[in-house]
Design a protein around this ligand. Structure first.
Ligand code: NAP
Length: 511
């Protein structure tokens, strides 16, 4: 076994045949769990065991939180521009290792290598962007209503931030959360998804090498039920930032709510692309293929509904089928592959179950609907890109998040109906409209009830300097990414300085 302690040099990918063993990172040390137990990490492309990580316990979380709490006491006093210097170095190291990180990402998560490179780039961009925030972290200076009085607001850190992240964007989402948390003066305890532990360890190694003082980032591997809950329940964790499923997000909200603990929840989506009869259909097909089948449909922003004007439905179906037939399925490390595996066997079965429900409820299956079980692909978890048509808005496949390469055409008569169908789900993450009519586009921008709206592009492709998140069941009003992320990881403090030498009473002495 090859132990990765954090000090060892890169390139994991050179050694793919040797399973890796990573440790937790607590108070600046790479340590095993107090349980002494490990769990395996499996490559979804071929079922091979690629390594092991600790199966941690509540005691490990207690140690991590204690380290974070102690370290945060002095970190909050470090000037933010000085904190940001470390983030610049994190960005530089991420950039230097972009290729090896991308290879590891594909190895453990399965997304095709071009997308993995894009994801690592997102973390690089976020590091530089949040480093810049070290010289901003703006508050307001406002005129006082009284003479000889000064009034301003400043951002202060919340304290210890518990981060719980999913496997589908293992480094991008971790960067959206950890970088703003740290630049704002918080300490971090992070539980990554069990499916993607290597990216987490590699990211933490970069923080370590960039010179982040010990205790400020702590990594605890383990299950959601044990490690995740221990973070949520810990009285010294001041804020929990979670991205994942609705089911788990709701549970976290309930547990944390009882303690009046702040939670930032980014959850599922049921995103739709609307195609009007005046749209550039080839462009719409490009957007749909990328959004529905990229990352094998496992993006929170995946296009899982296509709301199409009935006048162009048949033409769109034909063009989509032509393109789907050309998609190459396989191991994401092969540069020519378009669609990689899904994350694990249970995801594969869940997707297949949804497809069966779609057929049973009367949708027309145009293509796909199969688990690939031939040759080499049988060793991994591959599902054929699947297209349904004549789906009605209330069908299960039009309402629930499938999280696989499955999308459904829903015909409509006009824009009002399209918007109604778009909004008629419990989620509100991303939506898109293809149209050349500026009036329609502006109406859609106003009325689509989602946190992200695209015009003449698919439902994916967020940039890091704008807020990321959704309405309704997708979230609880917070946003990742962009300057909005700072609102999650800071408290507002309003400061009044009265230099009049007398007692002045607001709302009384100025009238
Ligand atoms: P998940 O099963 O909810 O897991 C997310 C994280 O929560 C993992 O680290 C998981 O740990 C942990 N967890 C599980 N049970 C827990 C519990 N009882 N208490 C505390 N933590 C717990 O979601 P996923 O399958 O990883 O990710 C897919 C979902 O994420 C989809 O619904 C997708 O739409 C959503 N997502 C949303 C966004 C967004 O920004 N809105 C972005 C990406 C993904 P284990 O891995 O150990 O189970």
């Amino acid at each position: 076994m090859n132990y990765q302690t954090g000090a060892q040099e890169e390139n994991q990918v050179q050694n793919q045949n040797h399973p890796k063993k990573y440790l937790n990172y607590i108070n600046g040390e790479w340590v095993p769990s107090v349980s002494g137990k490990f769990t395996v990490n499996v490559n979804p492309a071929n079922g091979e065991v690629i390594g092991e990580v600790p199966q941690s316990t509540k005691e490990d979380v207690d140690l991590a939180v204690a380290a974070a709490k102690a370290a945060q006491k002095s970190w909050r006093l470090v000037p933010a521009p000085e904190r940001a210097e470390i983030l610049y170095e994190v960005g530089r190291l991420l950039k230097e290792r972009k290729e090896s990180l991308s290879q590891i990402l594909t190895l453990e998560m399965g997304k095709v290598i071009a997308e993995a490179r894009g994801e690592v780039q997102e973390a690089i961009d976020m590091a530089y962007y949040m480093a810049g925030e070290g010289r901003r972290l703006f508050g307001d200076t406002v005129p006082s209503e009284l003479r000889n009085k000064f009034a301003m607001s400043v951002r202060v850190p919340v304290g210890v931030a518990g981060l719980i992240t999913p496997w589908n964007f293992p480094i991008a989402i971790a960067s959206w959360k950890s970088l703003p948390a740290l630049v704002a003066g918080n300490a971090v305890v992070w539980k990554p998804a069990s499916e993607t532990p290597f990216m987490a360890a590699e990211f933490v190694k970069i923080y370590e090498e960039a010179g982040l003082p010990k205790g400020l980032i702590n990594l605890v591997f383990g299950s959601g039920g044990v490690v995740g809950n221990a973070i949520v329940d810990h009285p010294d964790v001041d804020i929990v930032s979670f991205t994942g499923s609705n089911e788990v997000g709701r549970q976290i909200n309930e547990r944390a709510g009882g303690m009046l603990k702040r939670t930032s929840l980014e959850m599922g989506g049921k995103n739709a692309v609307t195609v009007m009869e005046d749209a550039d259909l080839d462009l719409a097909v490009d957007g749909i293929i990328w959004s529905a089948f990229g990352t094998a449909g496992q993006r929170c922003t995946a296009c899982s509904r296509i709301i199409v004007h009935e006048a162009v439905k048949e033409e769109l179906e034909r063009k989509l089928l032509e393109r789907i037939a050309k998609l190459k399925i396989g191991n994401g490390l092969d540069e020519s592959v378009d669609v990689g595996p899904v994350i694990n066997r249970s995801a594969l079965e869940k997707i297949d179950e949804y497809v069966k429900i779609g057929v049973k409820e009367g949708a027309t299956l145009l293509c796909g609907g199969e688990i690939l079980s031939n040759g080499e692909l049988a060793k991994g978890h591959y599902y054929t890109p699947t297209l349904f048509t004549d789906v009605t808005p209330s069908m299960t496949i039009a309402q629930e998040e499938i999280f696989g390469p499955v999308t459904s055409i829903i015909p409509v008569k006009n824009l009002d109906e399209a918007i109604k169908v778009n909004n008629g789900v419990e989620f509100g993450l991303s939506s898109s409209i293809f149209s050349r009519d500026v009036n329609r586009v502006f109406q859609a921008m106003r009325d689509l009830d989602t946190g992200i709206v695209y015009v003449n592009a698919g439902t994916t492709g967020a940039e890091i300097h704008l807020p990321f998140g959704g309405t309704k069941g997708t979230g609880n009003g917070h946003r990742d990414s962009g300057v909005a992320a700072l609102d999650v990881f800071t408290e507002w403090k309003s400061v009044y300085v009265d230099y009049s030498g007398t007692l002045q009473r607001a709302q009384i002495d100025n009238k």
